[in-house]
Design a binder for this molecule. Structure first.
Ligand code: NAP
Ligand code: COA
Length: 266
């Protein structure tokens, strides 16, 4: 199979990845590194982010990890500035930090709703807004990680649905406002990706999970490398006329209305 990974298509580029200590975003980080980029990763946990960066360095990649909460604008700003000092001008920014859990609306506190809005939506605004002075140049690629919840209402997911719908709008508003600077802003909407925290939290397991998989037109979960391949493409010259796009990478699962949590709440 042809792959962008390892083809040095991002040689000389610097990528900043928010929420990069695990899962899909770490998979994208590794893909960027395999394609030649230097990496700066942030997440809340100093231990997790340093371990992720160390594992990448052990594979021979240039990677640093810094603890920063995307809800803290000053911390994000400082991490971006440190990245530019360390690796040079930033070319790619990925905003993928998120929090999620299943909670029916009637059992969700205002603070529970706000917490997910703050991490996913405010966090994405903070990461992109704080990036502006670094990436306001032709060729820069900003990528948000959204989710099917943005367009598909799901039971037990009012917080994630509202937050990710906002992420889509942040993506498209910035694509309009920052396009004149030559900056492209896109979002990737992963479908169910195997071996991730998101799936561990949302999937019921057992027969209900088998029934869910049967609704995915391609018939199986995706892998982290599927998201990495798309993120790499979006950050290359090949994608130079793609901006403001919300691109599903989901085996067409959204088309069949696949809602894991609906198994529990409908
Ligand atoms: P994950 O491994 O839990 O990734 C979440 C990342 O965000 C972690 O690195 C976490 O690290 C970081 N994070 C959480 N809160 C943060 C905060 N306030 N500030 C900074 N970093 C924070 O989960 P995942 O399943 O791979 O999900 C990754 C992304 O893909 C999310 O945007 C999710 O919505 C999206 N997505 C996932 C799926 C799926 O199938 N898994 C499907 C659709 C969309 P710390 O704990 O160290 O902060
Ligand atoms: N059901 C209902 N409410 C929940 C909940 C759940 N499973 N988990 C947390 N909450 C509520 C808490 O009760 C609290 O509200 P309260 O003050 O009214 O009681 C609020 O959410 C904040 O919880 P807290 O644990 O203080 O938040 P945090 O900022 O430390 O952690 C989370 C954020 C809750 C999203 C946590 O699950 C997390 O860190 N997630 C990151 C990993 C992840 O979700 N990965 C999948 C990405 S798709």
């Amino acid at each position: 199979m042809q792959s962008s990974l390892g083809n040095a298509v991002l040689a000389g580029k610097v990528a900043f990845i928010a929420g990069g200590s695990s899962g899909i975003n770490l998979g994208v980080a590794e893909g960027f590194a395999a394609a030649g980029a230097k990496l700066a990763l942030i997440s809340r946990s100093p231990e997790k982010i340093e371990a992720a960066a160390r594992a990448l360095r052990d594979k021979g990649y240039d990677a640093v990890g810094t603890a920063a909460d995307v809800r803290d604008y000053a911390a994000v700003e400082a991490a971006l500035a440190a990245t530019a000092t360390r690796w040079g001008p930033i070319d790619i920014v990925l905003s993928g930090a998120a929090g999620n859990f299943i909670a029916p609306a009637a059992a969700l506190s205002a603070n529970g709703f706000k917490t997910v809005i703050d991490i996913d939506l405010l966090g994405t605004f903070n990461v992109f807004r704080a990036s502006f002075d670094h990436i306001a140049k032709p060729g820069a690629s900003l990528i948000a990680i959204t989710a099917g919840q943005a367009v598909q209402p799901m039971a037990g997911q009012i917080h994630a649905c509202a937050a990710k719908a906002g992420v889509n709008m942040v993506t498209q508003c910035l694509a309009m406002e920052w396009g004149p600077h030559g900056v492209r802003v896109n979002a990737i909407s992963p479908g169910p990706i195997a071996d991730t925290e998101g799936m561990r939290r949302l999937m019921p397991g057992g027969e209900a999970e088998a029934a869910y998989i049967a609704t995915i037109p391609l018939g199986h979960y995706g892998e982290k490398r599927d998201i990495a391949e798309l993120a790499i493409f979006l950050s290359t010259e090949s994608a130079r006329y793609i901006s403001g796009a919300i691109i599903p990478c989901d085996g067409a699962s959204i088309l069949t209305g696949g809602s894991q949590s609906n198994f529990r709440f409908t």
